[in-house]
Structures are given as structure tokens and as C-alpha cells.
Design a protein around this ligand. Structure first.
Ligand code: PEP
Length: 249
């Protein structure tokens, strides 16, 4: 059975005091589903968050990492550094990293390799832009993002890969893919995996949807058979909203 996952991406929000306050609020919430719950605070607060949430149902994960083990990469953080503070999962390929930091599929393939080599789990993000969808090219774009960044991996590697379909036009815009659009794309993604790795692998990989998921729309989106959870941006900054989404399964 593939896992249901709800991961909150805090992006560049919340200083230390705000991180502590939001974590306290999250600890007061009750989970009523089997979904795995994760939060991705900013790098400076990962250690604090990890300690505050140790032994709870919430895993602390990273928003990004470098592919190198160490060295002259000013400002960057490696997989080993994350592992050394108890962080075992990393988000890679978020559209904001692709857009503002020029992260390409080729670079992301190296980051994925580095994370997996350290035994980390990867939440790999991808998704088409509005112009792609208007041109009917969304499947071609998504298919090539997945192939370019992931299809060099062997089948076993997918035990540690979670996919996150995030149409760029729906991120932080208030506009959500309809549940049907999400389901259609998730089914396409699973079929793409099945073509390369077979049905058993494809059936086991969790595919999250991201893009303006809110308490009001989470239940309908999560009810779709190929949607295994969500990567949540804005709504993850409020403990009530985030847990309403967690409990939407
Ligand atoms: C995201 O950044 O991954 C995201 C889905 O953001 P939002 O929920 O705010 O659209």
C-alpha cells in the first residue's frame, strides 16, 4: 500500500520565534488519519524544529540541498549536514527553485542521486506552466521532467522517491487544478512510471498534488484514486488549516 502524505512547505517564512509558535500550535492538533505528516521549515530552523518535534507524528524535512558532499559552495547545505541533524527527507525541484535559482532537470538529477546515496527520501516536484497547459503540452512537459531527472535511477530507488505534481499556475495563486485535472495528470504520471519500471513500482510510489490546496478543497482532491496526498504551501503556515488538510483523507 502506498503511503498517504501531507507535507507543509514553509518556504522562506517564519523566523525562530515564529517557528516555535507554529510548532507549538501544530503539537496541539490531533491527527485522525494514517497520513504521514511533514513540515519543511527554513534551513536555519531545522535543528530547532527537529528537536521540538522529536517523538511526535510530524517529520521535519528540508526544502533544498546541494549535490556535493562538501566543499567550496558558499551558502549551500549538503545531504550529510541534513542527516547529521536528523533530517532524512528533502524536497527537490520545487518550481521556485527552478524559476529563481535556475535549477534544471540535469542539476536535479545530481541532487536526487546525492540524497539517495545518503539514504534520504526525496519529494521530487515538477509541473507545467500555464502556457504549457494552454498549448495542450502539459503531459509532454511533465513526462520530460520526470524522465530527465529520475529515469536514470534503478527501480529500487523509487522506494525513497515521492513525487509531487505541482502545476506552476496553481502555486500560491489561489487557483487549483480541478480534482479531475489532478487525477488525469496523476494517472498519466503513474502510467509513465509503469512504462519504464512496471506496475508494481508505479503502484507503490506516492504522488502528491500541490497548488493552492486548502481545507475547503483538500477532501475532494484527496478522494481521487491516484492522488496520495498534498504538498502544501500557504495553508501550511496555519496549524488549524494544515491539520484540516491532514485530516481530509
Ligand atoms: C507549494 O509551494 O508547493 C505550494 C503548493 O504552495 P501553495 O499551497 O501556496 O499553492
Amino acid at each position: 500500500m502506498r503511503k498517504q502524505i501531507v507535507a507543509g512547505n514553509w518556504k522562506m517564512n517564519n523566523d525562530l520565534a515564529q517557528t516555535e509558535a507554529l510548532i507549538s500550535a501544530l503539537k496541539n492538533q490531533t491527527k485522525t488519519t494514517d497520513a504521514e505528516v511533514m513540515i519543511a521549515p527554513t534551513a536555519t530552523n531545522l535543528w530547532q524544529a527537529y528537536n521540538a518535534l522529536k517523538g511526535t507524528q510530524i517529520e521535519v524535512i528540508a526544502q533544498n540541498m546541494h549535490f556535493a558532499e562538501n566543499g567550496a559552495y558558499t551558502g549551500e547545505i549538503s545531504a550529510s549536514m541534513l542527516k547529521s541533524i536528523g533530517v532524512n527527507t528533502v524536497i527537490l525541484g520545487h518550481s521556485e527553485r527552478r524559476e529563481y535559482f535556475n535549477e534544471t532537470d540535469e542539476l536535479l538529477a545530481k541532487k536526487v542521486d546525492a540524497a539517495l546515496a545518503k539514504g534520504m527520501r526525496v519529494i521530487f516536484c515538477f509541473g507545467e506552466e500555464l502556457a504549457d497547459r494552454k498549448a495542450g503540452k502539459e503531459e509532454a512537459v511533465v513526462g520530460s521532467q520526470i524522465k530527465n531527472a529520475l529515469f536514470h535511477l534503478n527501480a529500487a530507488a523509487f522506494q525513497n522517491i515521492v513525487l509531487a505534481y505541482e502545476p506552476v499556475w496553481a502555486i500560491g495563486t489561489g487557483e487549483t487544478a480541478s480534482p479531475e485535472q489532478a487525477q488525469d495528470m496523476h494517472a498519466f504520471i503513474r502510467a509513465t512510471l509503469a512504462d519504464k519500471y512496471g506496475n508494481d513500482i508505479a503502484d507503490e510510489v506516492s504522488i502528491l498534488y500541490g497548488g493552492s490546496v486548502k481545507p475547503a478543497n483538500a477532501e475532494e482532491i484527496f478522494s481521487k484514486p491516484d492522488v496520495d496526498g498534498g504538498l502544501i504551501g500557504g495553508a501550511a503556515l496555519n496549524a488549524d488549516d494544515f491539520f484540516a488538510i491532514v485530516n481530509a483523507f
